[in-house]
Structure formats: C-alpha cells, structure tokens
Design a protein around this ligand. Structure first.
Ligand SMILES: C[S@@+](CC[C@H](N)C(=O)[O-])C[C@H]1O[C@@H](n2cnc3c(N)ncnc32)[C@H](O)[C@@H]1O
Length: 165
C-alpha cells in the first residue's frame, strides 16, 4: 500500500498545520478564486480554506474517501489517479501543486497538461521543499513553460507561474 494511503487516518494531524501555513502564504501571493485545481490534493484540506469551485487529483484514494473535510468538496470533482493520468476538461483560474511536484514521474507531461488547461490570466502555484533534489530540474522546466516568480516560505520555495507574454 502507498505511504499516503497507509497514513490516511492520521494525515490531518501529521501535516494539517504545516500545509495550512503554506495555503495562507500562497493566498497572499495570488487570489484563490473561480475554478481551482488542487493537484496531489491529499485530504482536500485546501477546499475548506477557500470558497471556490474546487477540483482535485489524488492517487492515494483513502486520503480522499476518509477525509475529515468531506463537507467542503464534491467527491465527483476529485480524480483518484496520478497527475500523469489526470484528464483536464475544464479551464482553471488557479492550479495548485503543494508539496507534490517532487513525486511526479513525468513532470513535463503534468505541467504541459496544466498549461493547456489554464485560463489566459490563470496562475499555477508550485510549492516544493527547498532541499528537494528535484528543485533545480523543476525550476528549469517551469521556466521553459511559464513566466515564473520565486518566493521563500519557510522550508519551501514557491514558484508562481503565469502564461508567457
Ligand atoms: C505531502 S502530500 C501534500 C498533499 C496536499 N497537497 C496538501 O497540501 O496537503 C503529497 C501528496 O501527493 C500525492 N502524490 C504522490 N504522487 C503523485 C502523483 N504522481 N500525482 C499526483 N499526486 C501525487 C500523495 O498521494 C500525497 O497526497
């Protein structure tokens, strides 16, 4: 069983507060509004913080089906698969990848799908641990696909991405 499925019952206790601090930081960088896609959404905690049309993608299905935040999202809008396998039929105002991009086996595929599904003024927020071995590779890839601003948030580095002019 996948690590995140295994810890589904205690996920919120283990990571809830840490992730919340990231959401608060990100909400100061970008307005979280409209159609929002949360890639690697975990237990969908983010849905509780923002009144938006919330969509998610999460391969560890137990995190979603056992989520304590079930009142804040519609399970029909959550794809239980990896980001590599997600199918995006909507256009998004904001796409969030919070502490997940280091897990992507094919980040080029994932971010190309995200780029295609972004509204013209849309934003992509990618938060990764500063000490991630994938940091440089991801930064280069994002810079090829988007216009990128870099921000510091505690142990994380946050890439705020917009469409290239
Ligand atoms: C540290 S958790 C972060 C969860 C969530 N973003 C949050 O803020 O609470 C990493 C999540 O990425 C998911 N994940 C792992 N590989 C993935 C992939 N290839 N595509 C999408 N999500 C993935 C895990 O199942 C886990 O829920």
């Amino acid at each position: 069983m996948d690590y995140y499925d295994e810890i589904a019952d205690s996920y919120n206790e283990l990571y809830g507060k840490e992730q919340q601090a990231k959401y608060e930081f990100i909400s100061k960088l970008v307005e979280i509004k409209g159609n929002v896609l949360d890639v690697g959404c975990g237990d969908c905690q983010l849905a509780k913080h923002f009144k938006v049309k919330y969509y998610g993608v999460e391969p560890a299905s137990k995190l979603v089906t056992k989520s304590k935040h079930a009142d804040f999202f519609d399970i029909r809008n959550i794809q239980l698969c990896t980001a590599e396998d997600m199918v995006l039929n909507n256009k998004f105002d904001v796409v969030l990848c919070i502490t997940v991009a280091h897990h992507f086996t094919n980040p080029l595929l994932v971010f190309s799908k995200i780029k295609k599904s972004l509204k013209p003024q849309g934003k992509v927020v990618v938060s990764i641990l500063k000490n991630s071995q994938k940091r440089k590779e991801l930064h280069i890839l994002l810079t090829e696909l988007f216009q990128v601003e870099t921000h510091n948030q505690g142990k994380d580095i946050v890439f705020l991405c917009s469409s290239k002019l």
